[in-house]
Design a protein around this ligand. Structure first.
Ligand SMILES: Cc1cc2nc3c(=O)[nH]c(=O)nc-3n(C[C@H](O)[C@H](O)[C@H](O)COP(=O)(O)OP(=O)(O)OC[C@H]3O[C@@H](n4cnc5c(N)ncnc54)[C@H](O)[C@@H]3O)c2cc1C
Length: 306
């Protein structure tokens, strides 16, 4: 079996290679936006590696199309990320092959691919069978990074000459101090239990004490716009996996819970003892956040100074 692995950043690519390594067969590795020396490391032991020189999803799809034609893979494995769904959907449509997203697990037997994926905001798992050749994308940070072997790999650069309807006019690095919720070990997350934007300083103070980042429910970012969208956790926001997720004044709607499935410990603070968040929390505090959070901060300060 020929497997083509593709990703658009150096963090995701080793995970996709790791997933491919569990199947055996010939593995080809393709990446966009990945420097040559890093590609040589990640793709060790693969049959061949390709670096696609492209900016937009449209161009990435063109470059990936070239790689696809030269490899002719049975299975293509990628990791869901910005630009990937767009580029890979274009490829799937062009090649007329099925594309299943966010596979939590996958198996290949008798030319049939079976995947499991979360549905209903992660509350159920659906099993889906697809014919090969096919394409799957994996959620980030679900599969263990690995290489195929130790042998050096030939790396070919793929340039794209086709027109793109999107032009990149400028690139700006993310502003310093930007939020990186996906990497956070502790998250203090705020919801509509906070009565005003000014009151969020309570959460910011607590976060500073704990060395935590600030997350929020959708209304805080989308409706009230008290925080930027980078803080938004949930189905349509960030999926997070901290060691501790502190949900303060958040009711626990399924769409919010969908973003914290991978949190190790969930602590909920809510004044309503029947709030759904308590059913999904490891520790629950039924209290008014305006009374509880200052007391918690005092206790933490005492502990830190002891
Ligand atoms: C398609 C779709 C996608 C969505 N995606 C997301 C998503 O990605 N993320 C997301 O978060 N939501 C999402 N939502 C919205 C979601 O359904 C909820 O409306 C939202 O999560 C509720 O936010 P909340 O918990 O902050 O507010 P509320 O549901 O209003 O809850 C506020 C909570 O604060 C408690 N509270 C009030 N005062 C205090 C106090 N003084 N002390 C302690 N507790 C207090 C209340 O008891 C209540 O439980 C989505 C909805 C749809 C339809």
């Amino acid at each position: 079996m020929k497997i083509l692995v593709f990703a658009v950043n150096e963090k995701d690519l080793p995970e996709a290679v790791g997933a491919a390594s569990t199947l055996g067969g010939e593995v080809y590795v393709a990446g966009s936006g990945i420097p040559g020396n890093i590609m040589s490391e990640i793709a060790k032991g693969a049959k061949k590696a390709f670096i696609i020189k492209a900016d937009t999803p449209e161009q990435i799809a063109q470059g990936l199309g070239k790689v696809y034609d030269s490899v002719n893979p049975d299975l293509t494995i990628t990791v869901t990320a910005k630009n990937v769904r767009d580029a890979v959907s274009r490829l799937a449509a062009k090649k007329n092959v099925p594309f299943a997203v966010d596979a939590l697990s996958f198996t290949v037997e008798d030319s049939k691919l079976t995947i499991e994926r979360g549905i209903l905001s992660g509350r159920a798992v659906a099993k889906i069978s697809l014919p090969l050749p096919g394409i799957i994308s994996l959620p980030p940070r679900k599969f263990k990074p690995a290489t195929i072997g130790d042998q050096a790999v030939e790396v070919e650069e793929i340039t794209v000459d086709g027109e793109s309807s999107v032009k990149v006019v400028e690139r700006k690095p993310k502003e310093k101090g930007g939020v990186n919720l996906e990497e956070a070990e502790i998250i203090v997350s705020v919801g509509r239990g906070f009565k005003s934007k000014e009151d969020l300083k309570l959460a910011f103070e607590l976060a500073e004490l704990l060395g935590a980042q600030i997350g929020c429910s959708r209304p805080i970012a989308a409706d009230l716009q008290w925080l930027s969208e980078e803080h938004w956790v949930g189905l349509s926001g960030k999926k997070v996996a901290p060691k501790v997720y502190l949900a303060i004044g958040i009711s626990g709607a399924p769409q919010h819970l969908a973003g914290i499935i991978d949190a190790k410990i969930v602590v909920a603070v809510n004044k309503d003892k029947s709030a759904p968040i308590f059913k999904n929390a490891d520790y629950g505090v039924v209290a008014d956040l305006y009374k509880f959070v200052p007391v918690l901060m005092e206790k933490i300060k005492v502990k830190k100074n002891a």
